[in-house]
Design a protein around this ligand. Structure first.
Ligand code: ATP
Ligand code: I3S
Ligand code: MG
Ligand code: MG
Length: 342
């Protein structure tokens, strides 16, 4: 080692503040890095919150104590664990309730909430593309099932379970392209939107919109081009240059963002209607006159580390949940109305 380090005086030991609150987190090992970054752990520690990994293979009631639980696991055994934990510790918030998360795990029902939203909030022009759920191969050739949809379509796996295959999709230009598909899936109308997508991250009361690249528009002539492929599989948007060789890499970089008030209102409305605190959703703006917005995907507890400054939003949220639970417990002890952090 060089002399510099040896000559320097050892730094005075710094005392980290005492950890007051313990937040248990449970997720698949391959998802940990997408949220539990050292920067998050450090900021949480500064604010008196300790992040502790839960071992889902051991009884949850034997772990802890916890002041808050966050999770992204979907299996029945885990749900049963959470139920047992909540029965034993009703004052500890579990983010989010498995029943509410369940709604996002089926693409057949995932977007139903958008129509509920239109009824409850003053949002402008917002919708979801038309779609049908296809359970078996026979339905794919049934004009009564598919006939109401207009090509091009996107075929998306019905189940959302965190697997790579649950993100394997196909763009279908015409009927012949349906025969290669493997139900269960949803067929959703493709909406031309200028190749730009708005991803809105919701962390409790925060809603932050970022712009991402998306599938390029499908020109009407492409549907008549019978020598071209009837369907094209794709996995994620970054592989789209192989779907459309004419994709411009800079597409959408200067696309106008949706108005912040609109983003906030939709985020707040979805949060309330879904009963979820941690999610993101994909929104596109249709190219047709009027520029209607469409929500095309909602994801539970996504990779928040892609969002700059997520550590602040997440620790703010943890703090709010823990304080809210503490206030509710105090209120209950005093016999007054429980406070509500939602
Ligand atoms: N109805 C649609 N119209 C136009 N483009 C769409 C539509 N649905 C999906 N897309 C495009 O396909 C991409 C993948 O679709 P979707 O977001 O449903 O898949 P996903 O695998 O669940 O994505 P994520 O990684 O966000 O979870 C979208 O990001 C968008 O570019
Ligand atoms: O783990 P599954 O259930 O497959 O969910 C994914 C979501 O569907 C994606 O939306 C996340 O990516 P974005 O944060 O870019 O939306 C993606 O984030 P990641 O790429 O950081 O893992 C995942 O959360
Ligand atoms: Mg998506
Ligand atoms: Mg998704």
């Amino acid at each position: 080692m060089g002399g510099m380090a040896a000559e320097q005086e050892a730094p005075a030991p710094t005392r980290s503040p005492p950890h007051t609150y313990t937040i248990g987190y449970a997720m698949q090992p391959d998802k940990l890095d997408t949220v539990i970054q050292p920067s998050l752990v450090a900021l949480a520690a500064e604010r008196g919150m300790r992040l502790v990994a839960v071992d889902p293979s051991r009884p949850l009631v034997d772990q802890g104590p916890f002041h808050l639980l966050i999770h992204k696991l979907y299996d029945e055994a885990w749900r049963a664990q959470l139920e047992a934990f909540s029965a034993a510790h009703p004052a500890v918030p579990v983010v989010d309730p498995p029943a509410a998360i369940g709604r996002l795990l089926d693409r057949g029902s995932m977007l139903d909430v958008v129509s509920e939203l239109n009824a409850t909030v003053r949002v402008g022009s917002l919708g979801a593309p038309r779609q049908v759920a296809i359970d078996d191969a026979a339905s794919l050739t049934d004009p009564g099932v598919v006939g109401a949809l207009q090509f091009p379509l996107i075929a998306k796996p019905l189940d959302v379970d965190g697997s790579v295959s649950s993100h394997a999709m196909s763009l279908i230009y015409r009927r012949a392209g349906l025969s290669v598909l493997h139900p269960p899936l949803v067929l959703q109308e493709f909406v031309n939107h200028g190749g730009v997508l708005f991803k809105i991250y919701v962390i409790g009361g925060h809603a932050t919109c970022v712009r991402r690249r998306s599938l390029p528009d499908v020109p009407a002539e492409r549907l008549l081009h019978l020598e071209g492929d009837a369907s094209v599989p794709f996995h994620n948007v970054s592989s789209l240059t192989t779907v459309h060789a004419d994709t411009d890499d800079d597409v959408g970089d200067d696309a106008e963002m949706p108005p912040p008030g609109f983003v906030e209102e939709v985020g707040r409305g979805l949060r309330r209607a879904l009963g979820l605190q941690l999610f993101n959703f994909d929104m596109i703006r249709g190219r047709k006159a009027g520029g209607q917005y469409f929500i095309i995907d909602i994801n539970y507890f996504p990779g928040f580390n892609k969002l700059p400054g997520y550590e602040i939003a997440l620790t703010d949220f943890f703090d709010e949940m823990i304080r809210g639970a503490a206030a509710a417990t105090r209120d209950e002890a005093n016999g007054t109305q429980a406070s509500n952090v939602v």
